[in-house]
Design a protein around this ligand. Structure first.
Ligand SMILES: Nc1ncnc2c1ncn2[C@@H]1O[C@H](COP(=O)(O)OP(=O)(O)OP(=O)(O)O)[C@@H](O)[C@H]1O
Length: 620
């Protein structure tokens, strides 16, 4: 029977893992908030398999095919023995009819074996891929359910790798390792039984000769596993360095550090090459080592077999068949250690995927019990709200404010004063440690997500644009919006001249992350998108990037129309936004230290007056 067609070299698992390592190695040092599964290997395997029922669906029939295919392997040695002893060397002379019949029966059995082998592989791949797809979907959805805080605690690459390369690690084992374990055990057993039927003395010799091979290969595998761990680390470092270099290309060019950067990349590439060469060299040693041991064992068996033959204890056919069976005996021996390694890899992969699934989302949708808020102008309340990031100091301290429906509020303050934290709590990206955030008097924690997301829209500083057209990006807020509706929204925001000036209008491709557009244009798209979503509460984190005066005017006009008739809270970085607001909240050290209209605040000495004078200075 042929083993499932999958490469089993160390290179395979080494190339699957660097993506995981790359994510884990690159970037800063925030500790992960994701759960670490501490289950035993067996419990992990059981839970992992149970997560995707497809793995075990129809497994019984697959095992039957596998066993038939395995038993079929003894057809050829037995046929050879029968043909030599009863067809060629029969005491009544050669019996060609017997040979023909034996060949025909063997051919038929080999065909059945081949079919079973094919059926086993096909079923195994289908079951495995279906199981892995389910696992990926479950893990991916769960990643989306996790709070932004949890997601941010894990480097993005590492989080992605939990859904991609960690699942790949499982796939290698599931596609051949698990079933091969059964097949190998069966093959070892069948070969041993049949060999014993032919000659128990030679069978004993086989076991004694090959046991050292088993231990030797195990020892080599341990060395290999260390060598490939190094390869994964080096590759991870290399990907980290290269990734950073590509992302930071503009800064590298600006400071003219191309040479130094190239040296860093070269060093990591060479380190990876060194580790790969070392590991491959070791990997290449396994096979010659096994061949040498096998050659010695074969010689011993042939000498002992001939000796037994002369003594009349073994026929010529039995000796030849025995040698075939020895080949059948060696392959499971060689594979046992590899299967063991793959099982370890799969368990490590499952642990990481289970770690994601075991992490409970700390911002939970109240679901069916959640309250639906009726549409219309909304009031906002912060009822003695305090907040501290995990294992950090208090960053919002007893915030107690009311925002009337339809009011435009500008939030201002020095960097680090708590403005972003305030709006994150307002949009329920996080829940307060103390107190409650209220919408129309209802605690946000009691509002159904569907209602919350339709009533509250947040426009971040850099609204993410997908690599598609302008129209598709605007429609992201409401997929059913027609081109005519989008055109109308653009016109209502006073942006018709801008859209009209684009050669392809709504069909303009925006490029990756919207990089084919200018920073100002990206902001305009984000504003139209928010307008199309038509929220009752608009939360804005004003972009800080400088734009040309014409775009500035457009943004201001669009903002004015977008916020008209809605409650809005904007983190203001521009004087004009603060001036246009009905009320300004001034943050300092996690507290609201001043509030009132721009006209009033600018007159009283304090944080706002200082901020105002610095705005005036910078725009002068
Ligand atoms: N994810 C986080 N984990 C830990 N501490 C955080 C996190 N985000 C913000 N902080 C801390 O909370 C405090 C308030 O940060 P916040 O982002 O709310 O300030 P901000 O006023 O919006 O600043 P900026 O104007 O620079 O955006 C800061 O001291 C900051 O270091």
């Amino acid at each position: 029977m042929s083993a499932p067609a999958r490469t089993r070299s160390g290179r395979d698992d080494a190339s699957a893992t660097p993506r995981a390592e790359a994510g884990a190695d690159a970037g800063g040092g925030t500790p992960s908030a994701l759960h670490r599964s501490a289950d035993s290997a067996w419990a992990t395997l059981r839970r992992g398999v149970a997560l995707s029922p497809e793995f075990t669906q129809g497994l019984a029939l697959t095992v039957v095919f596998a066993l038939v295919a395995t038993v079929g392997k003894i057809v050829v040695p037995m046929a050879v023995q029968q043909i030599i002893d009863n067809g060629m060397l029969d005491e009544n002379g050669a019996d060609l009819g017997f040979v023909a019949r034996a060949v025909a029966v063997s051919a038929a059995l080999v065909l059945v074996t081949a079919f079973c082998s094919y059926a086993m592989n096909a079923r195994l791949y289908k079951a495995t891929e279906s199981g892995l797809a389910t696992l990926r979907r479950k893990a991916f959805r769960h990643v989306h359910d996790l709070s932004v805080l949890t997601q941010n605690s894990e480097r993005k690459g590492a989080l992605v790798s939990r859904v991609t390369s960690d699942v790949d690690q499982i796939s290698t084992f599931m596609q051949w390792g698990g079933i091969l374990l059964i097949i190998s055990a069966g093959q070892l057993l069948i070969a041993t039984v049949l060999m014993t039927v032919y000659s128990w003395q030679l069978t004993l010799l086989v076991w004694v000769s090959f046991l050292p091979l088993l231990f030797g290969v195990r020892w080599l595998q341990k060395l290999l596993s260390k060598a490939y761990l190094k390869v994964r680390e080096r590759t991870g470092e290399m990907l980290g360095v290269i990734g950073e270099t590509v992302v930071g290309a503009a800064v590298i060019r600006a400071y003219g550090t191309e040479e130094r950067t190239a040296e860093r990349v070269d060093a990591s590439v060479l380190a990876t090459r060194g580790a790969q060469v070392k590991a491959q060299r070791l990997s290449m040693a396994v096979s010659p080592f096994a061949e040498i041991v096998a050659a010695f064992a074969y010689s011993a068996i042939i000498v002992a077999g001939v000796w037994l033959g002369i003594a009349g204890a073994l026929s010529a056919g039995e000796l030849v068949a025995f040698l075939f069976l020895v080949t059948l005996f060696i392959s499971p021996m060689m594979m046992a250690t590899e299967i063991f390694n793959e099982a370890q890899n799969a368990i490590a992969g499952w642990r990481r995927v289970l770690g994601v699934l075991d992490t409970a989302p700390d911002i939970a949708d109240p679901g069916a019990a959640g309250r639906e808020l009726p549409r219309g102008p909304v009031s906002v309340g912060f009822d003695h709200v305090s907040y501290a990031y995990p294992s950090g100091p208090t960053v919002l301290d007893d915030i107690d404010v009311e925002i009337r429906p339809g009011l435009r509020v500008a939030v201002v303050g020095e960097t680090g004063s708590g403005k972003t934290t305030f709006v994150k709590l307002l949009t329920r990206l996080m829940d307060p440690g103390e107190g409650a955030v209220l919408l129309d008097g209802v605690d946000l924690r009691e509002v159904a997500f569907s209602s919350l997301r339709s009533r509250v829209v947040m426009v971040p500083q850099e609204g993410f644009l997908f690599d598609s057209t302008l129209g598709d990006n605007i429609r992201f807020a409401r997929p059913e919006a027609t081109d005519a509706e989008i055109d109308a929204a653009v016109a209502e925001l006073g942006l018709g001249d801008w859209l009209g000036g684009l050669a392809h209008g709504l069909d303009t491709p925006v490029g990756q992350r919207g990089e084919s557009l200018s920073a100002g244009e990206r902001q305009l798209v984000a504003l139209v998108r928010a307008y199309v979503a038509d929220p009752d509460l608009l939360v804005l984190d004003e972009a800080t990037s400088a734009v040309d005066p014409a775009t500035e005017v457009r943004i201001q006009r669009a903002l004015d129309r977008l916020t008209r008739g809605r409650t809005s809270v904007a983190i203001a970085h521009r004087l004009s936004t603060a001036e246009a607001a009905d009320e300004v909240f001034v943050f300092d050290g996690g507290r609201i230290v001043q509030r009132g209209s721009h006209a009033d605040l600018v007159k009283e000495p304090g944080v706002y007056a200082d901020l105002h004078s610095s705005w005036v200075r910078s725009s002068a």
